[in-house]
Ligand binder design. Structure first.
Ligand code: PLP
Length: 181
């Protein structure tokens, strides 16, 4: 038994008692079907709204790229993991979106966890005041994790300051998040 086992067990029991303990439910995936215990289901909870994960062309191109370039970048982007391939895709995305540049993140969570704190820190550095962030209680958990502690308080309290910074990010429904400085 590990030293923390009793604590972890108690925490799990507590979650169970409050019906908050979550379980992983493995599904089987084919290009055009999601199966649960062998039965085809309609999955309303995924982010694969357009079914692109099973699109034949994308599967073919992914396989082609994996054969040509391997299966991973081998390091973080800031160390030696930025490849010419990243730049090519980002340049095409920027062109497509009509923006100066684009930066890819591995997930939506990672984008929020990386970009939002950086903007809030910038706001503080530039104005000398902590930003006031309005974040809807129902926003994605990654946004709550990214906002500074006082503003993420569920009671909705925050720090009132003078001018408004409207933070605009691509791919994030940022109308819900405003940093005030
Ligand atoms: C607004 C928002 N942010 C972040 C995420 C997390 O994205 P991911 O599952 O790619 O980490 C989601 C996922 O649905 C989202 O809707």
């Amino acid at each position: 038994m590990m030293r923390f086992d009793p604590l972890l067990r108690r925490a799990l029991k507590d979650l169970e008692a409050r019906s908050l303990r979550r379980q992983l439910r493995p599904l089987q995936l084919t290009p055009d079907q999601v199966l649960h215990r062998g039965q085809a289901i309609t999955d309303f909870s995924s982010n694969d709204y357009l079914g692109l994960s099973g699109h034949r062309l994308l599967r073919e191109r992914s396989a082609e790229w994996a054969m040509q370039h391997g299966t991973g970048a081998r390091a973080s982007r800031l160390v030696s993991g930025t490849l010419d391939l990243h730049e090519r895709v980002e340049n095409r995305l920027a062109q497509f979106k009509g923006t100066e540049a684009a930066l890819l993140f591995a997930s939506g969570w990672q984008a929020n966890a990386a970009v939002l704190p950086a903007l809030f820190r910038l706001a503080k550095e530039q104005t000398g005041e902590a930003p006031l962030v309005f974040c809807d209680r129902l926003n994605h958990a990654s946004m709550h994790q990214a906002v500074p502690p006082p503003a993420s308080d569920r009671s909705g309290s925050g720090i009132m300051t003078s001018t408004i910074w409207r933070v605009c990010l691509y791919g994030i429904p940022i109308c819900q998040v405003c940093a005030l400085s």
